[in-house]
Design a protein. Structure first.
Lengths: 393, 373
């Protein structure tokens, strides 16, 4: 009897699973090992010394744009180049994310407008911008539109204290003049924020107890803008604005966004906004009409319905794919190499690789940076998904 | 009681003219509220200040004919499509075929064959779809190799370094999807496998390639690939780009297929298990066919993304559609017509991507109603 019920070893699922996994692992390990061996042989044959010793060598090229680090030709090392690259990648990603979110939400909402023309206009925008390669769009704006049509610095397009010309976009930059005054202002702002948080809590408690609402958002906004400015004056105006001034060849002083950064930012924004707009549209449409009707039946006003019923449910659908779009935008910023904006791929995987020939280390580090960003994004996504699941029931 | 009056309703009156017809439509859809009216006016203002001048430049005043730039210089108010017209063969088929007019039949034949196979597949009721698919995915690539690359049957061998234009874009995208599909299916199955080692290897592979920008992968393929293979094994640039694109695309295809697999109810594979089918039979005959069918829209979407992304090979120096158009516009002969070059290339990309996305949306809608019934 026992003989008949016993499974032969080669039919036992557990044993088979074990064998298959060991074989697969051995295959992959062997693959990596032989890859490693060939690579080492090849490196030896070509006389390339792979290592990180080039990090401390002085980089023989200039990086024109480095807003937060000091980069000096003849002093800065290759590893500085790496950090400047990361800094510039993050800068364009942040600028792009802010602008693409604003534009994307606007177009997504407008897409659902009852106005036929406006809704069709938004549709046309989405279909045009998301179906043309981003690289083509970046090069189009940079080489075909901005570079030939923007004026020389002398005839810059003037918008208040902002200037746009073929070299880039120039803005006034706040500089701390009086550091004690600045610290005082910051401290007072912090107190103001704490006060507003307490106020918001009180207002919520009051709403839950009595049903009376206070316009918390408007009061907070007013307090931060108006109160912030008042406190700024009380602290003795600790900032001065460094305005760009036309020099002999170009503007000096102030903040400068070089034209490649401007074109890249412009194209990334238009492209990513088309995708975000689609997410927004899908999110709003995913909230069933019954929700709105039920909310009206409960006596909520039209504004409260949108604010308390539609938007929170729509955001649940909108936010996860939008976070993925943020990651895409960051990865897409590597296309800057086509217009010469000095971000990670351009200065590190491009120029530094050409100068040193250290392909393995350099590509490895570049990939590692993007992998970290991607892991961080999926971490945020998982956290968000878990949070909205908890609040669901 | 004899004369019972029956109630005869009066015929319906026509709806008031203010509720139907174009005037009501305009009122409801364009001037529904104050905000809407303002938006309409702003839209009209922007539309009429940008679109008519553009149409005038691009179509009405444009230069279409001629053979050199003097035509365009004489009429500078219009777009210079002459340049696209003169260099069309180069932009579509690349330098090799453009410089050998006797060989032009090769890419032309390939494109005709491709569309002849593809177009019937797009309709639902075409008979013999299975055979068409096999021909497209199995036979067509072989024909492509022999006709475009050549070297056999008295067809001269074309130099891949001289491949370019739309033909190269097409080749990269097609090879990418063709090779990525089987790899992606295996990865998707692996990611849903119950064996932890297999599953984690697939997860690492997929997330690694999805986390890296394609341009970095192309750099990797062009500078690091030669290091990974023993001396003597050499790939040309085009093949290296194809390898990079395939690795990248297989991760995205895997995610698309995984979505399809996840949507198949568990009862399907449980029923198959109850019938005594092993893992592979269960997968090949029961779950995978259903999963692939519903993941076609997502696969098409990843393919659209790939088709756009092939333009990145211009950064590593390949002359694809984008780079060819741009290079032509930078040649001495046609210097300064960048806008036309970009618009033309952009239009070609747009037409293909928009077509594919419409197709995928239609399919999605069809599949969706199927499931609801």
């Amino acid at each position: 009897m026992t003989e008949r019920t016993r499974i032969p070893l080669h039919r036992d699922p557990k044993f088979r699973a074990l064998v298959i996994q060991i074989l697969a692992l051995a295959f992959v390990v062997y693959g990596f090992y032989s890859l490693f061996q060939t690579t080492v042989d090849n490196l030896v044959a070509r006389g390339i010394q792979t290592g990180t010793s080039f990090f401390d060598e002085v980089a023989p090229f200039q990086i024109g744009f480095s807003p937060f680090f000091d980069y000096k030709l003849g002093e800065s090392t290759y590893i500085d180049v790496f950090f400047v690259g990361i800094q510039n990648t993050i800068l364009v990603a942040v600028l792009g994310i802010v602008a693409a979110t604003l534009l994307g939400f606007f177009i997504g909402v407008v897409r659902l407008s009852p106005n036929w023309l406006i809704s069709r206009g938004a549709l046309a925008y989405i279909e045009i911008f998301r179906n043309v390669p981003l690289l083509l769009q970046i090069m189009f704006w940079n080489f075909a539109i901005f570079l030939p049509s923007l004026p020389a610095p002398k005839n810059s397009i003037e918008m208040g204290a902002f200037y746009l010309n073929a070299r880039g976009f120039h803005t006034p930059l706040p500089v701390i003049e009086d550091s004690t005054g600045f610290a005082l202002w910051m401290a007072m702002l912090a107190v103001l924020c704490v006060g507003l948080i307490v106020f918001a809590r009180r207002a919520k408690v009051r709403f839950q107890e009595t049903g009376q609402q206070l316009p918390v958002v408007w009061i907070s906004l007013g307090a931060i803008i108006g109160g912030g400015y008042l406190l700024y004056l009380i602290a003795g105006s600790p900032l001065i604005f460094d305005e760009p001034v036309l020099g002999r060849f170009n503007f000096k002083g102030g903040g400068q966004l070089p034209l490649p950064l401007f074109s890249l930012w412009f194209a990334l924004t238009l492209y990513t906004a088309a995708f975000i707009a689609e997410n927004v549209r899908a999110g709003i449409q995913s909230v069933s009409h019954g929700q709105t009707e039920a909310s009206h039946a409960l006596g909520l006003s039209r504004k409260d319905t949108v604010r308390l019923v539609t938007i929170p449910q729509a955001l649940r659908v909108i936010i996860p794919p939008t976070i993925s779009q943020y990651l895409n935008l960051t990865k897409n910023s590597s296309l800057a190499v086509a217009v010469g904006y000095e971000e990670l791929v351009a200065v590190w995987a491009g120029i530094t690789l050409n100068q040193t020939g250290q392909a393995l280390v350099i590509i490895g580090m570049t990939v590692a940076v993007y992998e970290c960003l991607s892991l961080f994004t999926s971490f945020v996504l998982n956290w968000y998904n878990k949070r909205i699941q908890l609040t669901e029931r | 009681m004899a004369d019972v009056k029956t109630f005869v309703p009066a015929p319906d009156r026509a709806p008031p003219s203010s509720a139907v017809g174009p005037i009501a439509w305009v009122r409801d859809n364009l001037f529904g509220s104050i905000g809407s009216s303002i938006a309409t006016l702003v839209f009209f203002y922007l539309f009429f200040s940008y679109v008519p001048p553009f149409v005038e430049w691009a179509l009405i005043n444009a230069n279409w004919t001629g053979s050199d730039r003097s035509v365009c210089e004489a009429n500078a108010a219009g777009a210079c499509w002459t340049f696209i017209n003169v260099r069309l063969e180069q932009i579509l088929f690349g330098l090799y075929f453009a410089s050998n007019p006797d060989e032009l039949w090769r890419p032309t034949l390939i494109f005709i064959l491709f569309f002849a196979l593809l177009l019937p597949l797009l309709f639902e009721k075409t008979p013999g779809k299975k055979w068409l698919t096999i021909a497209l995915l199995g036979v067509f690539p072989v024909v492509f190799y022999f006709v475009v690359y050549g070297g056999y049957f008295g067809i001269s061998q074309s130099n891949t370094t001289q491949w370019g234009g739309f033909l190269l874009t097409f080749a990269l995208a097609f090879v990418g999807i063709l090779l990525a599909l089987p790899i992606g299916i295996l990865l998707a199955l692996g990611r849903r496998s119950e064996l932890p080692v297999i599953r984690s290897m697939c997860v690492i592979y997929i997330e690694f390639w999805r986390g890296t920008p394609l341009i970095t992968i192309l750099f990797m393929a062009s500078v690091m690939l030669p290091l990974f293979f023993p001396a003597g094994v050499e790939f040309d640039k085009v093949v290296r780009a194809m390898i990079g694109i395939t690795l990248f695309q297989s991760a995205y295809t895997a995610e698309a297929v995984r979505g399809g697999l996840a949507a198949i109810p568990k009862g399907q594979s449980e029923a198959a298990m109850a019938l005594g089918l092993g893992y592979w039979r269960r997968t090949v005959f029961i779950t995978l066919p259903q999963a692939l069918k519903i993941s076609i829209p997502s696969i098409v979407n990843t393919f659209i993304a790939l088709f756009k992304d092939t333009s990145l090979v211009s950064i590593i120096g390949l002359l694809d559609l984008l780079n060819m158009a741009q290079t032509t516009a930078r040649s001495m002969e046609w210097k300064g017509y960048d806008i036309e070059a970009f618009l033309f290339a952009g239009f070609v990309y747009w037409a293909f991507c928009y077509g594919m996305s419409r197709y995928s949306q239609n399919l999605e809608r069809k599949l969706d109603t199927n499931r609801r019934n």
